[in-house]
Design a protein around this ligand. Structure first.
Ligand code: PAF
Length: 272
């Protein structure tokens, strides 16, 4: 892949990269389309990274839809697909412990021990093989994005990290490969995550932070299927929980919840 990128650069093209774990949906397509706007050559990777799964059942059941993924990528005009094997990508590599700047202390971090270290290890390997100029990540995984940006900045990785807006179904549910595992009833109830975030958007900066959190919890409690794991209102850079609005004009509301067999996460930027 490094040879492919070098060749693209020799032809005067910069290289955009969209790392994925497959089971591609319109959210991934939006990342590829954005990368194609910015670069002459765009590579995508599909690799279900065992290092980032702390739950073996989740790894086993992670949706795999290779044929449809390849059709989607070629329809979009993606120029290269990198599909490493586990032994290939981690050959001559000892997983290392990165300094995540404490960004893993909250939210997904405690619920998924080792997850973010696994993500950063694979992203470093993928960048090592693909050598892109820029890589595109969805804001749905807000904490993952903050951690990758932190590591890229602190280790002076040359790749530019580009955040992309969350893509949603018309009823507001954030697109996720894991949505495919929801039953019809679970899928219908899962929209309550977005309803709770929208409620936070309406109340933010007008009602006290605790009241907004209570309103979000109250909304989620209406469902007997959705079991919240965490709800937070946080600083958009440090991801530290905030307790007062003070003079701030922006914050982020976050939710993680178990819905049937699937753990869903979503977030919304709150603006005054
Ligand atoms: O967001 C994902 O799909 C994965 O965490 C990533 C960035 C491809 C690393 O495996």
């Amino acid at each position: 892949m490094a040879g492919w990128s070098a060749n693209a650069r020799r032809n005067g093209q910069s290289v955009g990269f969209v790392p994925t774990m497959g089971a591609l949906h319109a959210g991934h397509a939006a990342l590829v389309e954005r990368a194609l706007l910015d670069h002459g050559a765009v590579a995508c990777s599909i690799f279900v990274n065992p290092l980032q799964f702390n739950d073996p059942t989740d790894l086993r059941n992670y949706p795999r839809t290779l044929e449809a993924d390849v059709a989607l990528l070629s329809g979009l005009g993606c120029s290269a697909l990198f599909m490493p094997s586990e032994t290939g990508i981690y050959a001559n590599h000892q997983p290392r412990q990165y300094d995540l700047g404490g960004l893993d202390r909250f939210w997904e971090g405690p619920s998924r021990p080792g997850h973010f270290q696994g993500v950063v290890n694979v992203v470093e390997r993928l960048f090592h093989y693909v050598r892109p100029d820029a890589a595109y990540f969805g804001e749905k995984d807000r904490q993952q994005l903050a951690i990758i940006r932190h590591v890229a900045r602190s280790l002076r990785w040359p790749e530019h990290i580009v955040p992309c807006a969350t893509v949603r179904d018309p009823d507001g549910l954030a697109l996720s490969s894991r949505n495919a595992r929801l039953s019809d009833a679970e899928r219908a109830e899962a929209t309550i995550l977005h309803m709770a975030l929208r409620m936070a958007g309406e109340l933010a900066f007008r009602a006290p932070v605790q009241e907004v959190l209570d309103a979000m919890s109250g909304m989620l409690a209406r469902s007997s299927i959705v079991a919240p794991d965490h709800i937070g209102i946080v600083d958009e850079d440090s991801l530290e929980p905030i307790t007062e609005w003070g003079v701030r004009r922006r914050a982020v509301a976050l939710i993680a919840a178990q819905v049937g067999p699937v753990r869903l996460i979503d977030n919304l930027t709150l603006e005054a």
